[in-house]
Design a protein around this ligand. Structure first.
Ligand SMILES: *Cc1c(COP(=O)(O)O)cnc(C)c1O
Length: 401
């Protein structure tokens, strides 16, 4: 019996892609959405849209209640200590830019920001630009050949000049779970702030903010089977209060006159303007869906499928994996084959995979490759998807060699 996903039927997008002859293996870029999320999105608009936090009327009250219910749910889902530790943004990228501006006043020339060599551009460029504005040093933690942050190197690089440690928990290229907890503790011993980029991690395992102990955590709804245009920023209550306001406008103000104003504290003080109301409400439906799933069964399914992926790729001579992926994805090149050509032939056969630099150009440079193919899995993928991938790879490589 081939491995099938019991959750596949929940995702109408996959039925549509199947009908188009497309095999979707790009969930690390964005995930398909379950019917329950589409229902919530439609229900908000079809039931009478309204803005939040402003109006006294019934539709406004209803929208505000649903919007704020998602904040409670997100706090529970991430095991934050309070709903006030959850800020809604428009994505992980916006959360990271918010942090880079909001924390700017805490840095002095010569301070160090530490990131790993495996960061997505979203967790590198905001810090690179902040470093340039304030004459800070961006320090890059090196990786082992498998793709882990080298613990010995990290222990020597984390020191009294470290003001911020910003790491992705699960790389979108290497698929390695980083052992971040000891690094968070080391950084905190030196009085540094700590931030985890969980854009990939939250999709493959529920995260517990109190256990993790970092100051800030960011992720995006759209990779988590939810709507796009919504991100979560978690900040420990004391850490969140240190952020400077970054966008100014409606609803974040306490008292305004023409020349001076006072602003609300977080979270609302960091949510200027009309938020993505429909998206936040349907993120609530997404978290409902995820909470109802048997998390252990999902983890088992994904682990089995990932093993099958690696085993199948291992059968192709000359195929080289980038690092040793542990979860969700595999990035690879094939000796003597241009990965752009290979991607093109896979695309022609209806295999939807990612190719190129995966928003991590410096990492690919370090690994000595110009581009790579990435296959990434969601809970709805099954063995038949992999078989179509392997057959297409076979055919493409035959043509290219
Ligand atoms: C996708 C991704 C981001 C950026 O998320 P957006 O939703 O595009 O803002 C950041 N970090 C990692 C590890 C990612 O995979």
């Amino acid at each position: 019996m081939p491995l099938i996903s019991p959750w596949r039927a929940d995702f109408p997008g996959l039925r549509a892609l199947d009908a188009d002859g497309q095999t979707y293996l790009d969930s690390a870029a964005t995930a398909q959405k379950p019917q329950a999320v589409l229902d919530a999105l439609l229900a908000y608009y079809a039931g009478g849209a309204a803005n939040v936090h402003r109006a006294q009327h019934l539709p406004g009250e209803r929208a505000t209640r649903a919007f704020e219910a998602t904040r409670d749910q997100a706090a529970r889902w991430l095991n934050a200590t309070s709903r006030d530790e959850i800020v809604f943004t428009r994505g992980a990228t916006e959360s990271l830019n918010l942090l880079a501006y909001g924390l700017e006043h805490l840095f002095e020339a010569g301070d160090e920001i530490l990131i790993s060599a495996a960061e997505h551009h979203a967790n590198m460029l905001p810090w690179q630009q902040l470093a340039a504005r304030k004459s800070l040093k961006l320090v890059i933690l090196p990786l082992t050949p498998a793709g882990d942050i080298d613990p010995q190197a990290a222990a020597t690089l984390i020191g009294p000049r470290t003001r911020l440690l910003a790491l992705s928990q699960l790389s979108n290229v290497l698929g390695r779970w980083q052992d971040v907890q000891p690094l968070i503790r080391q950084a905190q011993q030196h009085g540094a702030l700590t931030l985890m980029d969980g854009a990939q991690a939250v999709v493959h395992g529920r995260q517990d903010m109190q256990a993790l102990g970092c100051d800030f955590y960011v992720c995006s709804s759209h990779k988590l089977y939810g709507p796009d245009g919504v991100g979560l920023l978690y900040g420990r209550r004391d850490a969140l209060q240190r952020l400077r306001h970054w966008q100014f406008g409606g609803e974040m103000v306490q008292q305004a006159d023409y020349h001076t104003s006072t602003f609300r504290p977080a979270p609302l003080g960091l949510e200027a303007g009309t938020p993505t109301v429909s998206g936040v409400i349907s993120l609530g439906a997404t978290l409902d869906y995820l909470e109802r799933l048997d998390g252990d069964a999902v983890a088992r399914h994904e682990a089995t499928l990932h093993r099958m992926l690696l085993a199948g790729l291992g059968n192709f001579p000359g195929l080289r994996l980038l690092g040793e992926p542990q979860a969700a994805l595999a990035c690879f090149t094939v000796e003597g084959v241009h990965s752009g050509d290979l991607a093109h032939l896979l695309t022609e056969q209806g295999i939807a995979v990612r190719s190129g630099h995966h928003c991590a150009m410096p990492l690919l440079q370090r690994l000595g490759v110009a581009g790579a193919i990435r296959v990434s899995l969601g809970l709805y993928n099954d063995e038949a998807d992999l078989q179509r991938l392997f057959a297409a790879l076979d055919k493409a490589l035959e043509l290219l060699r």
